[in-house]
Design a protein around this ligand. Structure first.
Ligand code: GGG
Length: 352
């Protein structure tokens, strides 16, 4: 198979982790006889520094002309401490999602048995957990109108959803539920928010077309609590942009660390694959970042964009074996880890 992949390393630990995602892609190409070609694009703080824009036109053009995109992370402490900054790295990420029509963000909470002890939750609560989140990605407060009063003392972000935006992601979630355990939990805040009432109305209507799927509706506050109390209760979770962003960071603790969670953004255009973690500037360039989320993002790319399921499985097995051999990065090590087996980014990438 011949495929052209755009790599957007981004900021902070993004370049370190995508190096290993790409290295694994190259290894897969070699082992299975595929031909993957690569290009590189700028986005985020590095793009602002080089061009003044968080998403230069050149990167967007390359993205539209590639078969898949492997992305690292965006962000920089400089902007976090300067809320008045008009141009921000995250704008690049939001813009590329919108421009490519990537409305569905799939975030699998894949639990490796070896990491049961790495979580702060009890192993008996965790064991057997397997959740697939569908986070809506191009609507909500992220894209609604943003306003600041003239005296700058009042601010608002419009939480807005259109029926078609809910329908198209709900369709993907229902279809996934149908081939998984036929359970779907739609998470909203319909007791308070009008946009959530529309969300629930649409999902209820669509549930009639999926009588074989057991559809449940849950308020976000309850879902956040149930996720740590009884994560096995969930299978497919469908939710809005903001709720999904927060809930999946929480859910990453089930998998042991943010460094273990991959994601796939799909929709109308080229598939976009990235770890859910951000740029983690505090550890950037120190060979401390966990590359497994980037490597797992590559497995999602192979499976979802290219239909290469054996190749994807080869990657998850390689990670499983590496963990079974006792190797850990710092974020997933625990008191039982042999200190000699705590690896940096590079060594962990090489082991996989
Ligand atoms: N790799 C994910 C990443 O860079 N996250 C930083 C960020 O600002 N994300 C916002 C979002 O996912 O909506």
């Amino acid at each position: 198979m011949k495929k052209h992949i755009l790599v957007i390393p981004g900021d902070g630990i993004g370049p370190e982790v995508t190096t290993w995602g790409k290295a694994v892609l190259e290894k897969i190409a070699e082992q299975f006889g595929h031909q993957f070609t690569y290009d590189k694009g700028l986005m985020g703080h590095v793009a602002i520094e080089a061009t003044g824009e968080p998403l230069p036109e050149e990167t967007l053009d390359k993205a539209k002309n590639s078969d898949a995109i492997l992305f690292g992370a965006v962000g920089h402490a400089k902007y976090d401490n300067d809320p008045s900054a008009r141009v921000r790295p995250e704008q690049g990420l939001l813009k590329i999602r919108k421009e490519l029509g990537l409305y569905a963000n799939l975030r699998p909470i894949m639990l490796f048995d070896e990491l049961l002890d790495a979580s702060s939750l009890k192993p008996e609560i965790l064991k057997g957990t397997d959740i697939l989140f569908f986070r809506e990605l191009t609507g909500d407060v992220y894209f609604g109108e943003k306003k600041r009063s003239e005296d700058r003392r009042t601010a608002s972000d419009l939480m807005i959803y259109h029926r078609y935006e809910i329908e198209r992601i709900a369709l993907k979630a229902f279809e996934a539920a149908r081939v998984r355990s036929k359970r779907l939990c739609s998470v909203d805040k319909a007791n308070v928010l009008e946009s959530s009432r529309l969300w629930r109305e649409v999902v209820q209507d669509m549930a009639k077309e999926y009588p074989d799927v057991d559809t449940e509706h849950m308020f976000i506050d309850n879902a956040a609590m149930q996720l740590v109390k009884n994560p096995k209760k969930f299978d497919v979770v469908l939710t809005a942009n903001l709720f999904g962003d927060i809930l999946t960071d929480e859910a990453s603790q089930i998998a042991g660390s943010m460094g273990m969670l991959a994601s796939a953004s799909i929709g109308d255009g080229t598939g976009f694959f990235e770890p859910i973690h951000g740029s983690a500037h505090d550890i950037a360039g120190q060979d401390k970042a966990n590359p497994l989320a980037s490597i797992l993002s590559v497995a999602l790319m192979l499976e979802i964009s290219f239909g290469l399921t054996d190749e994807a499985r080869k990657i998850t097995s390689a990670i499983d074996k590496t963990l079974k051999d006792g190797y850990r990065t710092g974020d997933i090590a625990d008191t039982k880890t042999d200190p000699a087996k705590i690896l940096g980014t590079k060594a962990m990438g090489q082991k996989v």
